[in-house]
Design a protein around this ligand. Structure first.
Ligand SMILES: [Zn+2]
Length: 218
C-alpha cells in the first residue's frame, strides 16, 4: 500500500479542499434560479387541471382521481395556472374578459391563501354569462372596472410585483381552447414595474370614489 509522505498528504488536502470549493460553487450556481422566460401558445388541448388545483388548494385530502376522461398532461393552460399559483404576496390582474372557471378558481385559491389580489376588468364584459367577476367579488376580491369610455382591453397580470404575464389571451374558455393566442411570461423587474405603474394608474382612475355620475335632465 502506498503511504503518502508529509508533502503528499498536504497536496492531497489542498486538492480535496479545491474539489469541495468547486462543488459548493456549482451547487450555488444551480441554486440561483434563472429568471423565468416562457412563451405559451394557445389553443391549449383539452386537459384536466383538477389535480393541479386540488394540490394548490392544499386540502390535505387524498387526491381523488378525477372521473373525467381528459388527460392531466402538461399544456399551456396548466403552465399558466402554475405561474399564477406561484404567487406568494400579490397578484394584480388587468383583463378585458375573464370567464375561464379553472383560472377563476386559481385566483380565488390565492386570495384564500392570503395573497393580495386586485382585478381590473371591462364594464361591458364583466356581466356576460359565465363571467368569473361575480364569483371573485363574492369571494371578497377587489375588482374595479372602467366607466364605459372605450374598452378596458388589456390582458396582463403581475405576480408578486416581479413576474409579468402578458399577451393576446383573454382568460376565457373559448380563447384558451379555440383561439390562436400568445402569452409571454417574464421575470423582469423593469418590465414588471412598468406594467405595475400602469396598473396603479388604472386602479386609481377606476376607484369608485372618483366616479362621475351624470344626473338626468341637466
Ligand atoms: Zn378531470
Amino acid at each position: 500500500m502506498w503511504v503518502p509522505g508529509a508533502e503528499g498528504r498536504q497536496a492531497l488536502a489542498v486538492a480535496m479542499a479545491a474539489a469541495a470549493t468547486l462543488a459548493v460553487a456549482m451547487a450555488a450556481r444551480r441554486w440561483r434560479r434563472r429568471p423565468v422566460r416562457e412563451v405559451l401558445f394557445f389553443p391549449s388541448p383539452p386537459s384536466c387541471t383538477e389535480a393541479l388545483l386540488a394540490e394548490a388548494a392544499g386540502t390535505g385530502a387524498p387526491a381523488q382521481p378525477c372521473p373525467c376522461p381528459l388527460p392531466s398532461s402538461d399544456c399551456p393552460l396548466s403552465r399558466l395556472l402554475r405561474r399564477l399559483l406561484s404567487a406568494r404576496r400579490s397578484l394584480d390582474i388587468c383583463l378585458f374578459a375573464f370567464s375561464c372557471p379553472q383560472l377563476g378558481l386559481a385566483v380565488r385559491l390565492l386570495h384564500r391563501r392570503g395573497v393580495r389580489v386586485r382585478v381590473v376588468t371591462d364594464a361591458q364584459y364583466m356581466g356576460l354569462r359565465g363571467s368569473q367577476i361575480g364569483l371573485l367579488r363574492q369571494a371578497g376580491i377587489q375588482v374595479r372596472h372602467d366607466q364605459g369610455q372605450g374598452y378596458m382591453h388589456h390582458k396582463f397580470a403581475i405576480v408578486d410585483r416581479r413576474m409579468l404575464i402578458t399577451g393576446s389571451l383573454n382568460w376565457t374558455t373559448q380563447a384558451i381552447q379555440s383561439n390562436r393566442e400568445n402569452v409571454l411570461v417574464v421575470e423582469d423587474a423593469e418590465y414588471a414595474k412598468l406594467y405595475l405603474d400602469e396598473f396603479e394608474r388604472i386602479w386609481e382612475e377606476y376607484n369608485p370614489t372618483n366616479y362621475k355620475f351624470v344626473s338626468q335632465g341637466q
